[in-house]
Design a protein around this ligand. Structure first.
Ligand code: AMP
Ligand code: MG
Length: 354
């Protein structure tokens, strides 16, 4: 394939105080039409020049991503909005003031200079300003606009460590900047500002309540927490099975003790049939499971820890060759909605009541 590179440079950057020489080299690669994976506060991104259609084509090719699944344009300063937004709604200014730089992506009508290759053929553009010094420096060095989806191969969990990017994209992109583990671990909240009511198309660290505090009325797309049959969801990426481990994942929901008992029973059945088994659980229940691989995401009391460790754990099940995985469920309140949205997708919406 045209986009395959014989080797990928892996360079370490200090995420708070990145080396200007390294950032300049990485920015130059993007300016010249190449691809650089870089850390952000959410997950690692795979960056190319957002205003260069060939760069966006390369991003789709490197990830194996369907080309109608639009990319997010990353900016480093408010002045960057005007050239790419056909309108800057008042809500955008208010939300930017409240949450940028940060894990919030906003969708608005685009101008001509944003190529359709970047927006998956749409007339709208998704924009975010990440809260990460190395990412912001790279955006500036690359000319101000970096199109970046998550830096995973399409269908795999998003990368929270540079090593995950290496696993998926080594040999397919020019450079990876290693800034250590990300801070949040799930992708940004996406809010669509093109309709009458601001609408959350993907939940993230910035919750519906946080957006409502700034804007008043905000709604969440009703298809977010359930399987979409037939109908075309608004965020194109929602059509694809994302975040999937190689094994079969099912969620088990119910009272704590019942969930543990039910998961152990299911694991015994799977093991009896010769399957290699895994459990995704929390500190509180870690000692109670009998499976080949048991992974805790942290304390149930700490949703930030659960979110941060989720994708890494799903990847570890792959590495360990686990075929049947059962996961505990979490509250859907607040940031829990983002965690459950990712888990439900990874599980193909399979929920077992304990
Ligand atoms: P990723 O960068 O991998 O987190 O994926 C970006 C996601 O942003 C896509 O899967 C879409 O769901 C969403 N997105 C980006 N641009 C738009 C847009 N113009 N309209 C609706 N959704 C968008
Ligand atoms: Mg992604």
């Amino acid at each position: 394939m045209e986009s395959i590179k014989s080797d990928t440079q892996l360079l370490t950057v200090d995420s708070r105080n990145p080396d200007p020489g390294i950032i300049a080299r990485a920015g130059q690669i993007i300016k010249e039409g190449g691809l650089v994976a870089f850390p952000t506060e959410t997950v690692y991104g795979l960056g190319g020049d957002a205003l260069n259609p060939d760069s966006s084509k390369k991003i789709y090719a490197a990830k194996g991503r369907p080309s109608d699944n639009p990319l997010i344009v990353h900016i480093a300063e408010m002045e960057a909005l005007e050239p790419i937004c056909a309108q800057i709604p008042e809500e955008m200014r208010k939300l930017a003031e409240a949450f940028w730089p940060g894990p919030l992506t906003m969708i608005v009508p685009k101008t001509e200079i944003v190529p359709k290759e970047t927006t998956g053929g749409l007339d709208t553009v998704a924009i975010r300003m990440p809260d990460h010094a190395a990412a912001l420096a790279l955006i500036c060095a690359a000319g101000g606009y970096i199109a970046a989806p998550s830096a995973n191969a399409s269908g795999r969990p998003s990368p929270t460590l540079a090593g995950h990017v290496m696993e998926d994209l080594q040999g397919r992109i020019e450079m990876i900047l290693d800034g250590g583990e990300v801070g949040i671990g799930v992708e940004s909240t996406i809010v669509d500002l093109t309709g009458d009511i601001p609408t959350i198309l993907r939940p993230g660290y910035v919750t519906e309540e946080m957006l409502q505090r700034v804007l008043g009325e905000v709604q969440t797309d009703p298809t977010l927490m359930q399987k979409v049959e037939g109908g075309r969801p608004k965020a194109p990426g929602m059509r694809y099975r994302h975040y999937a481990p190689k094994g079969t994942l099912s969620l088990v929901e119910g009272e704590a003790g019942e969930v543990t008992a039910r998961i152990n029973a299911l694991i015994s059945e799977a093991a009896a049939q010769g399957s290699r088994t895994g459990v995704l659980c929390t500190e509180e229940s870690l000692g109670q499971y009998r499976a080949d691989v048991v992974r805790s995401l942290g304390s149930r009391e700490d949703m930030c820890s659960i979110a941060l460790h989720l994708y890494r754990a799903l990847r570890e099940f792959d590495t360990e060759g686990v075929e049947t995985i059962y996961a505990e469920s979490f509250s859907r309140d607040g940031f829990g909605q983002a965690v459950m949205n990712r888990l439900l997708k990874a599980a193909g919406y399979t929920i077992i009541k304990a």
